[in-house]
Design a protein around this ligand. Structure first.
Ligand code: ADP
Length: 469
C-alpha cells in the first residue's frame, strides 16, 4: 500500500510544533508494518535541506492566475529518515526560511497542494492513500475529485487529520482564482460562512477524517471554532486516533541531546545529574523541586496564565520550588515573564525561543511538567515528560484526558479541571507533597517511564482506516 503524507512540517526537516513530530514519526512506524509510506512537504531553507543529498525527480510548472511558477520535486537520496522524503520547491513561493508567517501564506499553501497533485498526475504516480495533515493540505481531497487536471488521481482515497482545529486557513473567495481549475458547480464544498475554509473542505471531501485523540474529537463535536455542526453532520467519517511518540528519538538512554543518559534502573541518579546541569545553567537551586513549561506562548496552551502561576506558586510556598520556562510567542507574555524573572530570579528562570536540544534536557532534568492548556488536541509534551520520568501536571482537556490519569485515581500524573490559576497553583502544591514522599516519587517515575506511548497501536489504527471501504 502506497501512502503519501502531505504536510508543511516534518521533524527533523522543519518543526514548529507537534505536527512535525507526528509526520516525522508515523511514516517510520508504518514502513515497519510493510506500508510504503512517504512524506511530501515544501522545501525550506533549513539545515536539514542543506546537509543532505537530494535529486530532482520532477521539473515542471503550474499556473496561478497569469503567473507561471516552476515546480521542482526533490527526493532525499538515502532515506535517512527511514522513509522516502520529497520536497517541493517553487522559486518565489516555496523557498523560504520559515514554515509560517508570510503575507502570501494562502497562496503558498494552494501552490503546494496544486504542485503535489500536478507532479503525481504528470508522472502517473497513483497513491493508494493521500493522507492530508491539517488545513494546509485540506484542499487536496477537493482538488483530487473536482479539478479536471488531476483526473488521473480521481477516486484516490483521502484521509485528513486535524492536529489543531483552531487554525482553519480561511480566505476570501477571490483566492479561488489561485486554485487550479475546478468544477464551479462544486464551489459549496469550498465554502463555509462565505469564505473558503480549507479545514471545512477537508472534513467535507475526505473519505475519512481524524483528530489526534478521542478526547479532542469529542470536544470538536461540541466546539470546533464554528465547524462543530459540520463535524456532527459528517460524524460517520470521524475518528479519534491518539498520537504516539517516536521512542527512538525520545529515549533517555540514547538521546543525543542529553549530557547524562539514564534508564528506569538509575532514574533517580540520572535525573539528578540532568537537573544539576539545568540548575547551574539557569542559576537555580538543585535542592528544590523543578517545575517546567515548554511550549508556544498562546492562549490554547494557557501561557497567559504562566505569569500568575509563577508569581503565586513561588510566593504562596515561600520559594519552595523552582520554575523554568522555555518558549516563545505572544510578545506581551514574553515581556511579563521577563519582568518576573528579575523579581523572582532565585526561583524562576526562562529561555526565550525555539530550542530543540534544550527541550530534551528539560524533559530529563525537571521533576514536574506544567501544561495549563485550555485546548490540547493531543499534546506530546506530557508523553515525552513521562518517558523521561517527569510527572505531568495537566489541565483535564483533549488528549491530556486520554493520556494522564490522576494519582488519586490510580494514575501517574496530576490533573485539574478548570483552566484557571487557582486550580493550577493547587495542583502545584499537591505536587510538592508528592515530591516530599521520596519513595512514592521513585515508584511513580519508574511507572511512567514504563508506559507505552509508542506509535505501534495508532499506526495500525491509521492503516485500518486506509483499508476501510
Ligand atoms: P503544539 O500545539 O505546539 O503542536 P504539541 O504538544 O503537539 O503542541 O507539540 C509541541 C512540540 O513542540 C513538542 O515536541 C515540544 O517539545 C516542542 N516545543 C514547543 N515549544 C518549544 C520550544 N520553545 N523549544 C523546543 N521545543 C519546543
Amino acid at each position: 500500500m502506497k501512502v503519501f503524507h502531505l504536510s508543511v512540517e516534518c521533524f527533523p526537516v522543519a518543526k514548529v510544533g507537534g505536527l512535525a513530530d507526528v509526520v516525522g514519526a508515523l511514516p517510520k512506524y508504518q514502513t515497519k508494518m510493510g506500508i510504503d509510506a512517504k512524506v511530501v512537504m515544501p522545501w525550506y531553507n533549513k539545515p536539514f535541506v542543506n546537509e543532505n543529498e537530494f535529486e530532482v525527480v520532477f521539473d515542471g510548472f503550474i499556473h496561478q492566475i497569469h503567473h507561471m511558477y516552476q515546480v521542482l520535486v526533490m527526493k532525499e537520496k538515502h532515506n535517512v529518515l527511514g522513509y522516502e522524503l520529497y520536497l517541493v520547491k517553487i522559486p518565489g513561493l516555496l523557498d523560504r526560511d520559515q514554515v509560517y508567517g508570510y503575507f502570501d501564506e494562502s497562496q503558498q499553501f494552494i501552490a503546494f497542494q496544486h504542485a503535489v497533485l500536478h507532479w503525481l498526475s504528470a508522472m502517473e504516480i497513483r497513491p493508494d492513500v493521500l493522507h492530508c495533515h491539517d488545513y494546509h493540505t485540506g484542499l487536496v481531497p477537493f482538488m483530487v475529485e473536482y479539478c479536471q487536471d488531476f483526473d488521473f488521481l480521481k477516486g484516490v482515497k483521502t484521509v485528513g487529520t486535524i492536529h489543531n482545529g483552531e487554525y482553519q486557513g480561511t480566505m476570501d473567495w477571490q483566492m479561488s482564482n489561485y486554485m487550479p481549475r475546478f468544477d464551479a458547480w462544486k464551489w459549496g464544498l469550498l465554502d463555509w460562512n462565505g469564505r473558503i475554509n480549507p479545514l471545512a473542505t477537508m472534513i467535507k471531501c475526505s473519505h475519512e477524517f481524524t483528530a489526534v485523540s478521542q478526547g479532542y474529537m469529542h470536544e470538536l463535536f461540541e466546539d470546533a471554532q464554528g465547524l462543530q455542526d459540520l463535524i456532527r453532520q459528517e460524524h460517520r467519517k470521524a475518528h479519534g486516533i491518539i498520537n504516539g511518540i517516536d521512542t527512538e528519538v525520545w529515549n533517555p538512554m540514547t538521546d543525543i541531546m542529553l549530557n547524562d543518559h539514564y534508564s528506569r534502573e538509575n532514574v533517580e541518579e540520572g535525573k539528578e545529574k540532568n537537573k544539576k546541569w539545568l540548575c547551574e545553567e539557569y542559576g537555580l537551586n538543585p535542592e528544590l523541586p523543578l517545575f517546567a513549561f515548554i511550549g508556544r506562548f498562546a492562549g490554547e496552551k494557557g501561557a497567559d496564565m504562566l505569569p500568575d502561576i509563577v508569581r503565586r506558586s513561588i510566593s504562596e510556598t515561600e520559594g519552595a520550588l523552582n520554575i523554568l520556562i522555555l518558549g516563545s510567542g505572544n510578545p506581551q507574555i514574553e515581556n511579563t515573564l521577563k519582568q518576573l524573572q528579575e523579581e523572582f530570579h532565585v526561583n524562576f528562570a526562562m529561555d526565550l525561543g525555539y530550542k530543540e536540544a534544550l527541550s530534551h534536557k528539560i524533559y530529563a532534568g525537571a521533576d514536574f511538567l506544567l501544561m495549563p492548556s485550555r485546548v490540547e488536541p493531543c499534546g506530546l509534551n506530557q508523553m515525552y515528560a513521562m518517558r523521561y520520568g517527569t510527572i505531568p501536571i495537566v489541565r483535564y482537556t483533549g488528549g491530556l484526558k486520554d493520556t494522564v490519569t490522576d494519582i488519586s485515581s490510580g494514575g501517574y500524573g496530576l490533573n485539574y479541571t478548570f483552566p484557571g490559576t487557582d486550580d493550577a497553583v493547587h495542583a502545584i502544591k499537591r505536587a510538592l507533597y508528592l515530591y516530599d514522599d521520596k519513595e512514592e516519587m521513585q515508584n511513580l517515575r519508574k511507572t511512567i517511564m514504563n508506559l507505552d506511548f509508542s506509535w505501534q497501536k495508532s499506526a495500525e489504527n491509521y492503516v485500518n482506516l486506509y483499508r476501510k471501504n
